[in-house]
Design a protein around this ligand. Structure first.
Ligand code: BEZ
Length: 264
């Protein structure tokens, strides 16, 4: 892996090529969140945690002016290559400031990487105009519980590692996240917490691709490269009864969807 292809952010390693080639369902599912955003011509919108920019592009089709922001430089690099007519920048969702406020902040499948949910929501608040909307989907309480449990069991039983301390994700309950937003001054216009089993594609290899893309960095940072593959195979074997059916893997996604309005 070259420096251009990957970057350590915390311990997560973002590989833009793998993300686009093997994890393309992330943006596909996000199209429903763009519908919820309902962008209008002339609106200024921030796509927070834009990855390689597919949904930034989707939002821009409405005629809105969109800025895509992501912490991972390789993702922004790839986004700029794919969509040179759009604006992208590297920025940290937990601590960012915009030059001028926007009509809406959109975020798909990104906020669960921000352990400090309050700081991220507070930055969103500061970025919005009064009356502006925050439209987001990310992992809620119970998200990928079977995957996390299988990782935990293998790491603990076979290697004596406490996986809990390595877990990089923030999966709040609907109540917890709504309170957080209300404390900042948002009005919750819509909120839902629902199961969305997500087909990982690639048949037998689906979960291994997912684990390589999202979990190997944070959970297996201490392992030799050669050993990582063995660990992931063991995790997949353990998770198989629960998550594999009819030749495909289904991740046990549980989503939080929120529309919150910055009170005037
Ligand atoms: C998710 O989209 O729910 C997710 C993706 C990567 C890691 C954890 C959760």
């Amino acid at each position: 892996m070259t420096g251009e292809e990957a970057e350590m952010s915390g311990k997560q390693i973002w590989q833009a090529g793998l993300y686009d080639e093997k994890l393309g369902y992330v943006a596909e599912y996000g199209k429903g969140v763009v519908e919820l955003l309902s962008p209008k011509p002339g609106e200024r919108i921030l796509d927070l945690g834009c990855g390689t920019g597919d949904l930034t592009q989707e939002i821009s089709k409405s005629g809105a002016e969109v800025l895509g922001m992501d912490l991972a430089e390789p993702m922004i690099h790839q986004a700029r290559n794919k969509y040179p007519h759009l604006n992208f920048r590297v920025g940290n969702a937990e601590h960012f400031e915009l030059e001028s406020p926007v009509d809406a902040v959109f975020s798909n499948a990104a906020l669960h990487w921000m352990k400090d949910g309050r700081s991220a929501a507070s930055s969103v608040w500061n970025a919005l105009k009064p009356g502006g909307r925050f439209v987001a989907e990310f992992g809620g309480k119970g998200n990928v519980a079977a995957i996390v449990q299988s990782l935990g069991t293998i790491l603990e039983q076979d290697y004596g590692i406490d996986a809990g301390s390595l877990n990089p994700w923030y999966f709040p309950s609907l109540g917890e996240y709504s309170v957080l937003l209300e404390e900042l001054g948002f009005r919750i216009a819509y909120a839902a917490h629902f199961d969305r089993p997500t087909k990982l594609g690639a048949g037998e290899d689906g979960l291994i691709h997912w684990l390589n893309g999202f979990a190997a960095g944070p959970f297996l940072a201490g392992f030799e490269e050669a050993e990582k593959g063995h660990v992931l195979q063991k995790v997949a074997k353990l998770a198989k009864t629960e998550l594999f059916r009819d030749g495909e893997w289904y991740a046990d996604y549980v989503r939080l969807r929120i529309v919150a309005v910055k009170q005037q």
